[in-house]
Design a protein around this ligand. Sequence first.
Ligand code: FAD
Length: 284
Amino acid sequence: VLNQNIAELNGDINVSFEFFPPTSEAMENTLWQSIDHLKKLKPKFVSVTYGANSGTRDRTHGVIKDIKERTGLIAAPHLTCIDASKDELKQIALDYWNSGIKHIVALRGDIPEGGDRPHMYAADLVELLKSQASFDVSVAAYPEVHPEAKTAQADLLALKAKMDAGADRAITQFFFDIESYLRFRDRCAAIGIDQEVVPGILPVSNYKTLVKFSKLCNVKVPNWMHKMYEGTDDDPTTRNLIGASIAMDMVKVLGEEGVKDFHFYTLNRSELSYAICHTLGIRP
Ligand code: FAD
């Protein structure tokens, strides 16, 4: 193992990269630099998030269309169902299909504060999409349990419902405790989920923001990480190097556990994800 990278060990490795729609010209330049850099690694697909409740569907659609036209990559829009009626969702699905966009990341979306019980769950969206056309559908999974779930078992059953509705793969929430992911993968297999449960890898460059965000998402940030980032508040270069090193260790262990598909939360930056892929053996 020491002398082999994961690609040599496991055979074909698939990677995918997630981006968000830029809101300024400077951010748009960064996004395109990142896409141009990462496309060299021939990702299986790239995806673009959708800001629920804030009317960014058009921006997501615009970026997806541009990526498809400019790079020829498979570009998958995220789609949430919480703020749209079933008829609207059907129309969106048809529009995507007719413009050649056939992979969708299907989500429920977060309920706004004080909001009512949702009129749909992600499993209903998967069913709706599959009833419209033979979309390739990815869904979300939570190794450390979705914050709203009553129990871990209920959350696992919710994932099973999405898979039974026809989802083609699940992409996990980011995590740092590898054991959580591996145990979760076992529980998915035990409950009859045959589809790939792709780990979502977040290379961390802003530790302080991460800590806040992780609390909201119910993701454990282990104490050893806290120690590693200690004293780096004013030192982004060191933080980036630490983030890369942690993620490189993670993908190596996951690879040794047989993981062949990795999804990267790029936050629209390419350097860390590119370097981590390089260590997996993925080269232009
Ligand atoms: P669901 O699978 O519907 O589950 C939501 C909650 O409801 C869970 O607690 C589940 O256990 C529970 N549940 C499910 N079915 C039932 C039922 N029948 N009865 C009772 N409870 C049920 N958000 C965005 O706004 N935009 C994005 O682009 C985006 N991209 C994401 C990408 C990934 C890979 C991930 C992991 C998350 C993403 N999110 C995004 C966040 C996501 O929208 C939130 O986590 C949301 O709260 C749940 O979405 P879901 O699709 O997992 O919902």
